[in-house]
Write a protein that binds this ligand. Structure first.
Ligand SMILES: [Zn+2]
Length: 95
């Protein structure tokens, strides 16, 4: 777990999250946690997810596509967070 910079975008309708050039759109706000899912979740059935709680972000990023194009007129706000990466690859070995 290390401090890393991710980006928030307020967007016109829905806020977005930018992590490693991948975009996430808000899925559900909960009391202490916000769930995000990949913007390509419908288009390519991408199952990548992210969760934000306070200054901690956990990302489950097994994307099945390339980087989505970033709208040039969106304003990205950098934020330093604790980033937890969870790769849900089937090939991963369990210890
Ligand atoms: Zn994706």
């Amino acid at each position: 777990m290390a401090d890393e910079t991710i980006y928030f975008c307020e967007g016109r309708k829905y806020p977005k999250l930018l992590i490693d050039n991948y975009q996430f759109q808000i899925h559900r706000r909960e009391e202490k946690k916000t769930r995000w899912r990949c913007v390509n979740c419908n288009k390519t059935k991408c199952t990548a997810r992210a969760f934000t709680f306070g200054k901690t972000v956990s990302v489950h990023d097994t994307h099945n596509h390339g980087f989505p194009k970033i709208d040039s007129n969106i304003v990205l706000v950098p934020q330093l967070v604790k980033l937890i990466r969870k790769h849900n690859t089937v090939q991963e070995h369990q210890h």
